[in-house]
Design a protein around this ligand. Structure first.
Ligand SMILES: [Zn+2]
Length: 174
């Protein structure tokens, strides 16, 4: 899977993943999820990488992965069964820290997904198509998206790489 900065391709698209994560009795964190879609024209993975931002601090707390489509699609795309089991329910991105906070955010996201699930699935699917279409209209090639991914994967795991770009959007949605 190759993911691309869809905010560059589709600047008019707004984040819509919003929920609260209770950390303990005193602390509840407001979260906005920022989606990164695969824009590789030769790929139909239907997977999203979602960076979960604390609205108050504007910092990314964890990166999750989610696949909205049905199980059979991913098996057909040759994903490993155990991976599919994870990402169709939402899971931590590989190499993410598993701790009480990241797991609490994951649980809140999974809970958010269960509310009006079909509408959300359709929304993810249409945003994915919108990104693919924007990438295509801008003449993105599979190689370009691959190069971008390889250049940024380290930064994505550090959580810092998108902060400047995304912070403005988060401010807008506060
Ligand atoms: Zn893909």
């Amino acid at each position: 899977m190759i993911i691309m900065p869809f905010y560059e391709l589709c600047p008019e698209m707004k984040p819509f993943i919003k929920f609260y994560t209770p950390i303990n009795k005193k602390t509840i964190i407001p979260i906005i999820g920022y989606e990164l879609y695969c824009c590789d024209p030769e790929c139909d993975c239907r997977l999203i990488t979602i960076m979960m931002y604390n609205v108050n601090t504007e910092k990314c707390l964890v990166t999750l992965q989610y696949g909205w489509d049905n199980y059979d699609h991913y098996i057909k795309e040759k994903f490993i069964e155990s991976d599919v089991d994870n990402f169709i329910n939402g899971c931590l991105m590989m190499l993410e820290n598993r701790n009480s906070k990241t797991l609490a955010i994951l649980a809140s996201f999974q809970n958010w997904l269960t509310q009006d699930k079909e509408t959300k699935k359709q929304l993810f699917a249409s945003r994915y198509q919108e990104c693919k279409a924007a990438a295509e209209s801008k003449g993105f090639t599979s190689k370009q998206s691959n190069d971008w991914f390889l250049k940024n994967i380290g930064g994505m795991l550090e959580h810092g790489v998108f902060d400047d770009l995304i912070t403005n959007k988060i401010k807008f949605f506060k």
